[in-house]
Design a protein around this ligand. Structure first.
Ligand code: GDP
Ligand code: GDP
Length: 449
């Protein structure tokens, strides 16, 4: 993952119609020759653009693209502002200084003040200096200093962007690939499945590095192992080497150890003894991995012991019992003979890639528009819930949020998840799809302009 693959900070432009949002967006992306994400065949307006100012890149969200008449998606202005504030790092609130503060502006202002997000108040259409008093009047919104700008003529738009840039959050260090260090792998599985055998196999054939971080012999001890041309951190290997099955209360401690190892890992390799029937404990460990939100590779070990009959049985057990994780990557190995052990690393890498994948907002919304057009959400209580906007709010694991006008049935959300997987991959990674329902609010903002 290069430094370019990290998530960009999001700047949302909000304001009532006609204040000059689109003009401002064009000014920002046009002047800086930003890359415009163009999605052909989209049934709704484009809403996000990639832009940059003084070398800093960010994603620009134009809420004007959600215009109810243009797209048939009836988000009211204050609701738009709410959504924008939820998904943005910084909100630019555009007000028409020649008109002054309207009821709708006040409603938006209230939403934004409550959001806790940094808000930059842009006093637009200040084409000349004669509007000084009108600009000053915008202090009444309670959002701090109004920044005069003329989106049309470009006046002071650079100053406005400077202020926006100052308000952007610093990128957290893990967004830069170089800072991240070796990827962390947990080797988990019930006692006797072959964890220490596999570890020995992996470590024995490769160069073992002593982890400079773990200076003592106390738990947890990680091992740095070079595999497939890169260094990996296998977490809490002391627990594996200690042969926990020889301890009293082994199950309990094994469970604790697994939890702790998962906590410190990014990807889990779940080892299963393929020569024996799948057990409750195998399934419980897989559930622990799923609940931890880590990427997962399932390694069916002791493959050297399998005959034709057992292989058939195993496939049936997997079909029956692993329905929750059709996405898990699977490798059949033998820690004893070394069979397929070299397939483990590519599987781990693929799972981690999926785990870190971010779908651009414009692409996701284009996909969602098509999905909803083909298969609309089921009617509930006489109403058809609408998906107003979708965004991938997080990675590691990927988390999607659907902003909706009503409740989406669990089955429909599962359907959306399945379709997202089909479209964008995510093999080896759990993904989450949640929804935020826009409540109809009693006090509608006035329509005055
Ligand atoms: P949106 O609905 O908020 O996206 O507004 P638009 O960007 O479509 O602008 C609405 C109208 O205001 C258009 O006729 C623009 O040309 C005009 N406009 C936008 N910015 C300025 C400005 O800085 N000065 C003046 N005089 N007009 C502007
Ligand atoms: P752990 O408790 O999960 O660490 O499991 P161990 O690595 O101690 O292995 C338990 C037993 O299974 C040992 O007797 C190993 O020799 C054996 N074993 C591990 N991997 C394999 C394998 O791939 N094939 C066969 N036949 N035996 C294995």
């Amino acid at each position: 993952m290069g430094p370019d693959a990290g998530p960009l900070p999001v700047v949302a432009i909000v304001g009532r119609p006609n204040v000059g949002k689109s003009t401002l967006v064009n000014r920002i992306i046009g002047r800086r020759e930003a890359v415009v994400e163009d999605v052909p065949g989209v049934t709704r307006d484009r809403v996000t653009y990639e832009a940059s100012w003084r070398g800093r890149r960010f994603t620009l969200v134009d809420t004007g693209g959600w215009d109810p008449d243009a797209t048939g998606m009836g988000l009211r202005i204050a609701e738009q502002a709410q959504v924008a504030a939820e998904l943005a790092d910084v909100v630019v609130f555009v007000v028409d200084a020649t008109v002054g503060v309207t009821d709708a502006d006040e409603a938006v202002g209230t939403v934004l003040r409550r959001s806790g997000k940094p808000v930059i108040l842009a006093a637009n259409k200040v084409d000349n200096q004669r509007l000084e008093l009108e600009v000053a009047a915008l202090w009444s919104l309670g959002l701090g200093e109004p920044h005069p700008v003329s989106a049309l003529h470009g006046r002071a738009s650079g100053d406005l962007l400077d202020v926006v840039l100052d308000a952007l959050p610093e990128a957290p260090p893990e967004r830069f690939g170089v800072e991240r260090g070796p990827r962390r792998v947990a080797l988990v599985g019930k006692p006797n499945v072959g964890k220490s055998s596999l570890l020995n196999k992996l470590v024995g054939e490769e160069r073992v590095l002593v982890d400079p971080m773990a200076g003592t012999t106390r738990d947890p001890v990680d091992e740095l192992v070079e595999l497939g041309g890169r260094t990996w951190r296998f977490v809490d290997t002391a627990g594996i080497r200690r042969r926990e099955r020889e301890l009293k209360g082994a199950d309990f401690y094994a469970g604790m150890r697994t939890k702790a190892a998962l906590e410190r890992s990014e990807v889990a390799v779940v080892l299963i003894d393929a020569s024996q029937p799948l057990t409750e404990q195998d399934l419980r460990i897989m559930s622990m991995v799923i609940d931890s939100g880590r990427a997962m590779v399932v390694a069916f070990n002791k493959w050297d012991l399998l005959d034709e009959d057992r292989r058939h049985m195993l496939e049936r057990e997997i079909d029956r019992q692993m329905v929750r994780t059709p996405w898990a990557l699977r490798v059949n190995i033998s820690a004893k003979t070394g069979r397929n052990v070299d397939k483990l690393v590519p599987a781990i890498e693929r799972a981690l890639d999926s785990w870190s994948t971010r779908v651009p907002t414009a692409r996701l919304n284009a996909f969602m528009a098509e999905l909803v057009a083909a298969t609309p959400p089921p009617v509930r209580g006489g109403k058809q819930p609408k998906i107003l906007f979708a965004t991938q709010a997080d990675v590691e694991p990927p988390r999607f949020v659907l902003f909706t006008s009503g409740f989406l049935e669990e089955t429909y959300r599962r359907y959306v998840e399945r379709r997202i997987r089909e479209e964008f991959g995510f093999a080896g990674s759990p993904i989450m799809v949640s929804m935020r329902i826009r409540e109809r609010r009693g006090a509608a903002p006035a329509k005055r302009r």
